[in-house]
Design a binder for this molecule. Structure first.
Ligand code: B12
Ligand code: SF4
Length: 492
């Protein structure tokens, strides 16, 4: 039986003009598990190849897979693209079984199957154990064999009698039992990041012990688990030596949860001394906690740290249960800078009802933190988060699901109209990045490779900034009669 994994052709300004396309890690992890279970699997990365639906359909006709599986990291905004792609595949080859996985379908399995007849089966939660069990069931029977499929924990599927939801599957134990199917990558040159050439994404851990109200990732992975940190360092060295990878993103929600595991990983990387730079998302409180080992961060190759500082307002920090303080945020930025690591500040607008004065205050506070980059995002109320429940009465100005991607305003603001908030965010980004102190530090540094990389990043962030303005003017439209959020988040 032949299975095709397809990364859907979901395009974003940030991937096309900014950081670059990245390996579809979720599908590679499912693919590795399927390969090890003896399945015949191939990958088509329609995102990085920018394939049209017609080209994907042609490829499906050519490869004649029995099963097509899809899912995307940007799960909610990518959903409409996945459905259109499945539609093209159904028309090209109706007998192919279409399987859909990832975060959004996990939380909307029944809704997806009710609304989209192009989906046969939804895989809920992590896919490494469920996908092989599902294919095993399909090898031995047909998609209409209800009893056989119902025995596969972790799936939801449609039958003539209605939708069947098999029981949940327990999460896989240690993350080392599965491997990433790196051999499925067709063209490593398609994946680039921060101007360093070939890039990969890896995971040291899954899950997060914190409970920020706007984030659902802790619920998706259920509990925090980690890989053998030394084995991961070996894998990164292999990626460098064999595949020429020079930039690695850690996909972890919270890699620093256990200091000894994190330090073991950093130490193993420092000992291997490979020319790889890392990007990781780390809480400001953990940077402060790790002040004594930040030199090791640097020696291990860590160069970019995204900190979800989210808001500069202490009241909102409490309200979203961030369990941080502005003092920690400030100290973390300073510590990273002192160790030659770029602090990237993740800042969310729209958690509350901002006024012009709030935004001016945020701009002042962000400048004081003196981070190197700012990633300004719009609050996005995913149905499975407590933030969405709390905001159920707020109205939604953006009904196009492809724009529920943190780069577009979704929730109505009481004091600012959408174009005003957009202008304020663009001003926040511009004024943050044009601070003379920052420009001198990054663009005029004597360290040549560092300077070259800073110019590369400056160029790409500028293009993204401009493209987002062009997109806003030419393509983004807002709801004429905004409806309350509860109308959008009914099915969890
Ligand atoms: C790394 C990352 C990126 C990277 C790389 C993305 C990539 N191509 O892989 C970059 C920086 C490019 C990126 C961009 C974006 N991202 Co991003 N990103 C992440 C991050 C940090 C990790 C994702 C990851 O690799 N996880 C590990 C893999 C193994 O998990 P997974 O993909 O979910 O797959 C598992 C299961 O879901 C399941 N599964 C998944 N697909 C399928 C399919 C089948 C058939 C089956 C059976 C199972 C299955 O099995 C897999 C293994 O267990 C998460 C935050 C986080 N820490 O989770 C955000 C996150 C995924 N990103 C998000 C978003 C919105 C985006 C953007 C749209 C933002 C933007 N506007 O540009 C873009 C999308 C652009 C793009 N082309 O990818 C959101 C998604 C929200 C949602 N749930 O809908 C997240 C969750 C951030 C958040 N906190 O909300 N991202
Ligand atoms: S935002 Fe970060 S720290 Fe908060 S729950 Fe999500 S992953 Fe954890």
């Amino acid at each position: 039986m032949q299975t095709m994994l397809i990364n859907p052709p979901y395009q974003t300004i940030t991937s096309n003009w900014g950081v670059g396309h990245q390996v579809p890690l979720g599908l590679l992890m499912v693919g590795g598990a399927l390969r090890d279970a003896g399945q015949d699997v191939s990958l088509l990365d329609a995102e990085s190849m920018r394939l049209s639906y017609a080209r994907i359909a042609d490829e499906v006709r050519r490869r004649k897979p029995d099963v097509v599986m899809t899912g995307h990291a940007g799960s909610t905004p990518a959903h409409p693209v996945c459905m259109e792609m499945f539609d093209a595949i159904r028309r090209a080859r109706p007998e192919t079984v279409r399987v859909y996985g990832g975060v959004f379908p996990t939380y909307h399995d029944e809704l997806v199957l009710r609304q989209h007849s192009v989906v046969d089966i939804v895989v809920r939660g992590e896919g490494e154990a469920t996908a092989p069990a599902l294919l095993q069931a399909l090898v031995n029977g047909a998609v209409s064999d209800r009893a056989r499929l119902a025995a596969v924990a972790g799936i939801t599927f449609r039958t003539a009698e209605g939708i069947v939801r098999a029981p949940d599957r327990a999460s896989i134990g240690g993350l080392d039992v599965c491997r990433v199917g790196w051999e499925l990558v067709n063209d490593w040159d398609s994946y680039q990041c921060f101007g360093r050439g070939r890039a990969a994404i890896v995971q040291l851990s899954r899950g997060c012990p914190h409970r920020c109200t706007y984030c659902g990732q802790h619920g998706f992975w259920k509990r925090w688990r980690h890989r053998d940190p030394t084995a991961l360092a070996d894998e990164v060295r292999w990626l460098h030596d064999e595949q020429g990878v020079r930039f690695v993103t850690l996909a972890d929600e919270n890699p620093t949860t256990l200091k000894d595991i994190w330090v073991t990983f950093l130490d193993a990387m420092a000992q291997r001394d490979v020319d790889v730079q890392f990007f990781a998302t780390i809480r400001a409180t953990d940077i402060v906690r790790d002040a004594d080992v930040l030199d090791l961060y640097r020696r291990a190759g860590l160069r970019y740290v995204l900190m979800g500082i989210d808001t500069t307002d202490p009241a909102v920090i409490d309200q979203v249960r961030k369990r941080s303080t502005t003092r920690d945020d400030f100290a973390a930025c300073r510590l990273l800078r002192e160790h030659g690591i770029h602090p990237i500040i993740g800042h969310i607008v729209g958690l509350g009802d901002e006024t012009w004065a709030d935004l001016r205050q945020a701009r002042r506070a962000l400048a004081e933190y003196d981070g190197d980059y700012l990633n300004a995002m719009y609050a996005t109320p995913h149905s499975w988060t407590s933030f969405a429940s709390e905001q159920a009465d707020r109205r939604v100005v953006q009904e196009d699901q492809q724009r529920w991607d943190y780069r577009h305003q979704v929730l109505e603001q009481r004091y600012l109209r959408p174009w005003q908030l957009f202008a304020a965010v663009k001003w926040l980004e511009l004024s943050f990045h044009l601070r003379p102190r920052r420009l001198r530090r990054l663009l005029l540094t004597r360290d040549r490779p560092r300077r070259r990389q800073a110019w590369w990043t400056a160029w790409h962030t500028t293009v993204v900034w401009l493209m987002e303005i062009v997109e806003f003017v030419c393509r983004v439209r807002f709801a004429g009669q905004p409806r309350p959020l509860r109308a959008f988040t009914g099915d969890k």
